[in-house]
Design a binder for this molecule. Structure first.
Ligand code: FAD
Length: 420
């Protein structure tokens, strides 16, 4: 029996971040006239999360400038945004969600776009005053408020968010140490030449790196952080600890309701979950990707959030578009712009194109002779033309790739001519 809640929306979107916002925007752009509500845990209107470890943290952009759309945009299009609402359970049979405040909302179609929550440390002291994550505006504001009296900052995790935060904060004259459990930064997402390049850049800006180090506990005095004890028993002084060790996808209510998944909720090519009339998009969605040789992956990027949202919105209005977008990503550190295309995880060969010492170069990742990904540092042309090589999984001789005077555009054309 279908019992409809008193409050009902034709499309209810849970999560007012990149993916949720884009789903709503695309539905209206495609002429959907039904009722749409976006329900978000945070108090803010949808905003650009990447800025939190970049221009917003540095003070380069005020919050109003990182809103995904101006405040009036939503109401003008009949898009209702309900802020400060956390969904705690989903009843797929009744087509109803319940918030932690006990509010029940009915839906025709549900789009789950809840992203993820920062993974916390589990060691003693993980919840002390002075331990910060950088996932939402409140996190960034809390960190900014704590900065002035702090002298020593320890960043735990040498992934993109930790490195970006270190780059911004090092400009403030603080003593910064990055602690990374692996033997290099960015080990999960990039090849060794890129890791070594960024390590050298950070050292050149006065940042200390402690690689191959485990954190034993956070030390305290009067409930506030004083240091980070490492596995070798040394203690790094710290008044602020920033933890950037990944996210846990926010999918518990959906999995509890019976959706397939684990590390994210599993979706098909139209971003449908295994539950009727429920889609999932963005950081919380796991999908089969041809860019990962058919493996099930979960991407954490604005590209993926926006492109999956577009696919889900299309499916909701009856257009059957399959999600097959090429993954891309960027990171800004100091005056360096990294642009990544494709997924490099499975590479068996790396070609370094250009000289890292000149601070403009690319790394081309190959698998069985085919180009699967590029990391381009201050090399926008390689990035633009490399996309074609990745898309076609072009087979290019490494000796051609290594020569930066050989345009990737020409190589892409030559390889596509070979195939025709
Ligand atoms: P989110 O943007 O996280 O939105 C999900 C929303 O759902 C959140 O507001 C959350 O509070 C809410 N929510 C969660 N659970 C519930 C619930 N139960 N009920 C209601 N609401 C809920 N990507 C790039 O491509 N390039 C970058 O340079 C880059 N830099 C980044 C820097 C930082 C500091 C961070 C944190 C991320 C960065 N990313 C970057 C990743 C990118 O921001 C994410 O991939 C993107 O935000 C994912 O969008 P989403 O909508 O899936 O999730």
């Amino acid at each position: 029996m279908l019992v409809v809640a008193r409050e009902y929306y034709d499309v209810l979107i849970v999560g007012a971040g990149h993916a949720g916002a884009q789903t709503a925007i695309t539905l209206r752009q495609k002429g959907f006239t039904g009722t749409i509500a976006l329900l978000g845990e945070e108090p803010e209107l949808p905003y650009e999360r990447p800025a939190l470890s970049k221009d917003y943290l540095s003070g380069g952009k005020a919050f109003e400038r990182i809103l995904i759309r101006p405040p009036e945009f939503w109401a003008e299009r009949g898009l209702l945004i309900l802020t400060g609402q956390k969904v705690s359970s989903v009843d797929p049979a009744r087509h109803v969600v319940k918030t932690s405040g006990g509010r029940e909302l009915g839906y025709g179609t549900l789009v789950w776009a809840a992203g993820g929550h920062p993974r916390r440390l589990t060691c003693p002291g993980h919840d002390l005053r002075g331990v910060h994550a950088v996932r939402n505006r409140a996190d960034a504001d809390g960190l900014l408020r704590a900065l002035a009296p702090a002298r020593d900052i320890v960043v735990i995790g040498g992934g993109y968010i930790g490195l970006e935060a270190a780059a911004v904060l090092s400009k403030l004259g603080k003593s910064i140490t990055i602690v990374e459990a692996q033997d290099r930064v960015l080990a999960r997402v990039a090849g060794e030449p890129l890791s070594r390049f960024f390590e050298a850049e950070h050292r050149a800006h006065g940042v200390t790196l402690r690689l191959n180090e485990t954190v034993v506990c956070i030390e305290e005095a009067g409930g506030a952080v004083t240091g980070v004890r490492l596995g070798d028993d040394g203690v790094l002084p710290a008044q602020i600890v920033i933890v950037g060790i990944g996210i846990i996808p926010a999918v518990a209510p959906l999995l509890d309701a019976g959706a397939d998944g684990g590390n994210g909720v599993l979706v098909d090519q139209q971003c449908r979950t295994s539950l009727k009339d429920i889609y999932a998009v963005g950081d919380c969605a796991a999908h089969v990707s041809r860019f990962a040789d058919g493996a099930i992956i979960r991407l954490e990027s604005v590209q993926n959030a926006n492109d999956q949202a577009t696919v889900a919105a299309s499916a909701i209005i009856g257009e059957e578009v399959a999600y097959d977008a090429m993954p891309w990503f960027w990171s800004n550190q100091y005056d360096l712009k990294l642009q990544t295309v494709g997924l490099s995880a499975d590479y068996d060969h790396i070609v370094l194109r250009g000289e890292p010492a000149k601070r403009s170069f690319s790394i081309v990742y190959l698998k069985q002779g085919c180009v699967i990904a590029l990391d381009c540092v201050n090399a926008p042309r390689d990035y633009v033309h490399g996309r074609a090589l990745v898309s076609a999984r072009s087979r290019v001789p490494p000796l051609d790739l290594v020569d930066p005077t050989q345009s990737l555009k020409d190589l892409a054309t030559a390889t596509s001519d070979d195939r025709s």
